[in-house]
Design a protein around this ligand. Structure first.
Ligand code: GLP
Length: 261
């Protein structure tokens, strides 16, 4: 796991966007793993700007999203399908049919989740997965206690996650769905490169466990310590509880410029 601490969100966004630009330059039909939430928004802004400048095309790319609420009507503005479309995919030239997410309105949920897994596999697997992390340490919606071997499935959201996400539902916790479909930790671990972004002091505890804690299902993101190519991008506030912060800063300062993420 490479941990990089930068001064501001713009630098984080630029660095992560660079990984997408490099990937699509060498593999125009790459498979992208997209996340909702505020953490990747700067990356999406940066990618939209670079697309506008003609630096990057998503015309042949495919994309899979991490998770989806169960039961929200298709036209609800907070379905993750609509969120990812608004925040990112409608702003670039990716084919809308090439963007898939778990189906939160599926009649037979286990079959639909298995189909989603099969679709990711048929596309050749995810090349680059961008991730945020919840204050409770979840990645995707893999709440504490999730199996490290889990695949796409239904999960019950923790009360804390529903409180955290109530801001998207006019502050009404009861309006936040109680269930979601999420790629499993095993699914996320199959992505060839994972870039996790965390900013702000409210993420410091989750980041402390993610980077320096023991690997534990109580802090699901810690499974990324076992990923062969995981990059963690932090601002100083999110890194404020790291014992090794000075070491990570020094290592990044000394990193050869030819070495990408
Ligand atoms: C959400 C999402 C995650 C996201 C996380 C953090 O509930 N399911 O994919 O990474 O919580 O969100 P944010 O980036 O807004 O802090």
């Amino acid at each position: 796991m490479e941990t990089i601490i930068l001064d501001d969100e713009r630098s984080i966004a630029r660095l992560a966007a660079g990984a997408f630009v490099d990937l699509l330059a060498r593999k125009p039909d790459a498979v992208l793993g997209l996340a909702t939430g505020s953490s990747p928004l700067g990356v999406y802004d940066e990618l939209a700007a670079r697309h506008e400048d003609g630096d990057i095309s998503f015309a042949r790319a495919r994309a899979f999203t991490l998770d989806e609420y169960v039961g929200l009507p298709a036209d609800h503005p907070e379905t993750y399908r609509n969120v990812i479309n608004r925040d990112f995919t409608s702003r670039v030239d990716i084919d809308p049919d090439a963007v898939r997410g778990p189906d939160g309105l599926a009649e037979v949920i286990p079959a639909s989740c298995a189909e989603y897994e099969a679709a990711i596999a048929a596309a050749g697997g995810v090349d680059l997965q961008v991730l945020g992390i919840g204050a409770v340490g979840h990645i995707g919606f893999n709440e504490p206690g999730s199996s490290f071997a889990s695949r796409t499935r239904i999960k019950t959201l923790t009360h804390q996650t529903r409180v955290d996400n109530a801001r998207f539902f006019d502050g009404d916790v009861d309006a936040v769905p109680s269930h979601c479909l999420t790629q499993g930790l095993g699914t996320i671990m199959d992505a060839r490169h994972v870039v996790l972004i965390a900013t702000g002091r409210h993420k410091a505890e989750a980041v402390h466990h993610l980077v320096e804690g023991p690997v534990s299902a109580m802090w699901p993101g810690t499974i990324l310590q076992h990923h062969p190519h995981a990059t963690v991008l932090l601002d100083s506030a999110a890194a404020s509880r790291l014992q090794l912060a000075d070491y990570f800063r020094e290592a990044y300062r000394g990193k050869p410029s030819w070495q990408g993420l």
